[in-house]
Design a protein around this ligand. Structure first.
Ligand SMILES: [Zn+2]
Length: 278
C-alpha cells in the first residue's frame, strides 16, 4: 500500500511540472476590435469602423484558434461584448476606475520627479470617459489573465472639412509603446513581425506623423499608457488603412482585403512567437 502511495506521489512530482511547463507554452492572445456598437469610431458612407474592426478581428481570431498553441480571446462578437468582458465590467467597474486613477497618479509623480519624460505623440481623437474605462479594463484583465499579447484592430481617419470626400492619406501603421514603457521591447518586436508581413502586400501610411509605419506612442491606453500593462503583455495597435481607401469600398474587395490582412497578421504573430513561423 505504502509503495503505491509512493509511486503516485513520485509520478505526481514528475507529471505536475511537465503539465505546468506544457500549459505555460500556450500563447495567450487578446484581440480588441476597436470601438463598439455605441461609439463606432470612424465612418465613411455607411461603413462604420466598429463593424470593420469586428469583421477583421473575427477572421484573425478564427485563424489563431485553429492552432492549439494559442489561447485566443476577443472582447466583442456580433452580439456585443463577449461574456468574459460583459461580466468583468459588470462586476469590476469600481476596481477598474481605481486602477485607472492610481495609474495616472503614479505616472504624474514619475513625470514630476523626472523619471518619465513626456514626448510629443501623434494626435489622436480623445476617447470618451466610458471608452477610457473599457480600455483600462482590458489592460487590467490582460495583466490578471497573463496575456502574452494584446492586438488592437483599427481603421484610420483624420479630421477634414467634408467627411464624404476621399482623404489624402492612405496606408497602414502600427502603433507601439514608446521606449520608456515596460512592455516596449516585446511589443516592438511583435509589431515588426506583423509589419514585415503586412508590408508584403500593403503600403505604409503616407501621413507625415506615421511615416515608416511603426510609430511609438506614450498616450494610447491600448498600448499601456500610465504603466497599465505589465512587461510581459506585449501590445500593438494596428491601423490597417484609411477607412475611405478603395479596397474597403465594395463588399467583395473589402472581404478579400480582410482575409489577406488577417492571414498576414497571423503569420507575423506566429513568426514572432515561434521564430520559424507557420
Ligand atoms: Zn479606431
Amino acid at each position: 500500500m505504502k509503495k503505491i502511495l509512493l509511486i503516485i506521489l513520485f509520478l505526481g512530482f514528475i507529471l505536475i511540472p511537465i503539465f505546468f511547463v506544457y500549459a505555460q507554452e500556450t500563447i495567450k492572445i487578446l484581440l480588441v476590435p476597436g470601438h463598439d456598437d455605441e461609439v463606432w469610431g470612424a465612418q465613411y458612407g455607411n461603413m462604420k469602423e466598429a463593424d470593420m474592426t469586428l469583421a477583421l478581428a473575427t477572421k484573425i481570431y478564427n485563424l489563431l484558434k485553429k492552432d492549439e498553441k494559442f489561447e485566443v480571446y476577443i472582447t466583442r462578437s456580433s452580439e456585443g461584448y463577449t461574456k468574459e468582458f460583459a461580466d468583468y465590467f459588470a462586476d469590476r467597474q469600481a476596481d477598474v476606475v481605481s486602477f485607472k486613477e492610481n495609474a495616472k497618479k503614479e505616472m504624474q509623480s514619475k513625470v514630476d520627479n523626472g523619471s518619465f519624460i513626456q514626448k510629443t505623440n501623434p494626435p489622436h481623437n480623445r476617447v470618451s470617459e466610458d471608452m477610457a474605462i473599457r480600455l483600462y479594463g482590458f489592460n487590467k484583465w490582460a495583466n490578471e489573465n497573463k496575456m502574452d499579447a494584446v492586438i488592437h484592430i483599427h481603421f484610420n481617419d483624420y479630421p477634414r472639412p467634408k467627411k464624404w470626400t476621399i482623404g489624402k492619406y492612405r496606408g497602414f501603421v502600427i502603433y507601439i509603446p514608446e521606449g520608456q514603457m515596460v512592455n516596449w521591447m516585446g511589443s516592438g518586436q511583435l509589431a515588426a513581425n506583423i509589419f514585415i508581413q503586412l508590408n508584403k502586400k500593403y503600403a505604409t501610411s503616407n501621413y507625415e506623423k506615421e511615416l515608416g509605419g511603426l510609430t511609438p506612442d506614450q498616450t494610447l491606453i491600448a498600448l499601456g499608457s500610465n504603466g497599465t500593462l505589465n512587461a510581459g503583455a506585449r501590445s500593438v495597435l494596428v491601423e490597417y488603412g484609411y477607412i475611405y481607401e478603395k479596397k474597403f469600398r465594395t463588399k467583395n474587395t473589402r472581404e478579400q482585403t480582410y482575409k489577406n490582412m488577417a492571414q498576414l497578421t497571423v503569420t507575423g504573430v506566429k513568426k514572432y512567437f515561434f521564430k520559424n513561423g507557420p
